[in-house]
Design a protein. Structure first.
Length: 401
């Protein structure tokens, strides 16, 4: 590394500098003056040492808006079904930061973004925003549009991914009672088959086997197909929809992309109309499917298979029981009286057996009804010969000749 010269096509010379930054070898053409090249090289080394160096060749021409478009056109739209979410999130970053250069987005500015947004959205949602930006910057580094990913230095908020909210039977009935006619079958499929919103939106009539009463999920999140047996209410609901002659999809009437948003807004309104708590989201229907199966004794591996889970850990988050269900389970003990409880687990004696009780168990030789005669003419009246109750000696008296 250092200063060197290269011949030009016209027979002259240009001086270059050679140095390293973040493991990469960089070269810059300075001009015909060697002394100037040496000065620039020293400046670059100082900038790198002080953390103020920017690779201007790769940073200066790429703006945030340009990178968002490049990322959406070349990665998100071709590869991701949720690209609309990425578009919305990344456009939000452009609106917040402005159309700045990628090099101007620093970890400190991202921390300011999180602080400003915390009053508007949850920490979990902010994590999703930072994850989308992090992925875009990773592509920018890979494609040579920037040299650093500032989102990698941001620590995400802690979050609990195991959503436990599911609907009780009464809540399900209330929700279905207020759903619009076009939304009710969609909610029914989610509850009775455990399908995700995207799987429902992309469900086609070829996926419905009424003869064998099976529903096939091809467009799943984990890219593997699965088969779900249909309940009688689900099969009846799907039969009542009727097949549209101009569409292969079960749920039609709008574009696939627009249907996502239509379901979201209509479902949120139905939740309000049914008087349900605000933590009920569309995914709660899928959680309800799994939870009700578990509460009725279906084993976790079977539930996981129906839901398309690849690991047992994924299924465990859908196996929680509601407090009401736990309370009802414990109520079966309410009918047991204290005496009946003794038959289940006899209590230990409060005091150790006395010497007389030990002698009773060791030396009893003759029993008539509830009277037991010991050697020496002693009679003991006892309810039972169970050693646990030997201390319950009611009376004793000398045996009459």
């Amino acid at each position: 590394m250092g200063v060197y010269r290269k011949a030009k096509s016209d027979g002259g010379w240009d001086w270059y500098i050679d140095y390293r930054f973040q493991g990469r070898r960089l070269r810059e053409r300075i001009g015909p003056n060697r002394a100037q090249a040496a000065v620039v090289l020293q400046k670059r080394r100082v900038e790198i040492a002080e953390g103020q160096f920017l690779d201007k060749r790769r940073e200066s021409k790429t703006t945030l808006a340009e990178m968002v478009k490049l990322y959406m056109d070349n990665h998100a739209k071709p590869a991701k079904r949720s690209w609309e979410d990425d578009q919305r999130i990344l456009d939000g970053f452009v609106e917040y930061f402005g159309n700045v250069r990628l090099s101007e987005i620093t970890p400190l500015k991202l921390e300011n973004y999180r602080r400003d947004k915390k009053s508007e959205i949850s920490g979990v949602t902010i994590n999703r925003h930072m994850a989308a930006l992090k992925t875009m910057f990773s592509k920018a580094v890979l494609w040579g549009k920037t040299t650093e990913n500032p989102a990698k230095r941001i620590k995400f908020y802690s979050e609990n991914n195991a959503r436990t909210r599911f609907l009780e039977r009464g809540e399900i009935a209330a929700l279905l009672g207020v759903c619009p006619s076009w939304l009710k079958p969609i909610v029914t499929v989610a509850i009775h088959a455990g399908l995700r919103k995207g799987e429902i939106v992309n469900l086609t009539w070829d996926d419905i086997d009424f003869k064998n009463v099976i529903l096939r999920v091809r467009d799943s999140k984990n890219k593997s197909a699965r088969h779900v047996p249909m309940s009688l209410p689900l099969a009846g609901t799907l039969r009542a929809i009727g097949r549209a002659p101009d569409s292969p999809y079960v749920f039609t009437g709008t574009d696939r992309t627009l249907l996502y948003g239509r379901i979201r807004y209509a479902f949120e309104q139905a939740v309000k109309d049914a008087g349900l708590s605000g933590d009920v989201v569309f995914h709660s229907l899928r959680h309800s499917f799994a939870s009700h199966l578990v509460m009725r004794g279906v084993d976790l591996p079977t539930v996981g298979s129906l839901m398309g889970h690849k690991t047992a850990k994924m299924t465990e988050r859908y196996s929680h029981l509601s407090p009401d269900h736990k309370a009802r389970a414990v109520r079966v003990l309410d009918s047991l009286a204290a005496g009946e409880m003794d038959t289940l687990m006899p209590p230990e004696p409060k005091k150790p057996p006395t010497q007389e009780a030990e002698a009773f168990a060791k030396n009893a030789v003759n029993t008539e009804g509830n009277r037991t005669f010991l050697p020496g003419g002693v009679m003991v009246t006892q309810r039972t010969l169970n050693p646990l109750f030997l201390v319950r000696v009611q009376a004793w008296e000398p045996r009459r000749p």
